[in-house]
Design a protein around this ligand. Structure first.
Ligand code: SF4
Length: 72
């Protein structure tokens, strides 16, 4: 029987099209890069092209920790 994946909150930081840029807050988006749009976006951003990344990414985890510390 196939195991269902947990629904995942959508962020640029867990989208398959992101790559590290300014760890951990900013990422480089390949979709935006290919469209000649500014490819540097917040790790907490999102858009309609979002697709899940198969591997967990540490920068999102770090950015979430940092944000939680800031918000106390
Ligand atoms: S802007 Fe869209 S396509 Fe680019 S990384 Fe974020 S969610 Fe993914």
């Amino acid at each position: 029987m196939e195991k269902r994946l947990e629904p995942m909150e959508r962020f640029c930081g867990n989208c398959r099209y992101h790559n590290a840029y300014q760890y951990p807050d900013l990422i480089l988006c390949f979709v935006r890069y290919q469209k000649h749009e500014d490819p540097i976006v917040s790790i907490f951003g999102c858009c309609e092209k979002w697709e899940p990344k198969s591997q967990e990414c540490l920068c999102l985890e770090e950015a979430l920790k940092k944000r939680n510390q800031r918000e106390g």
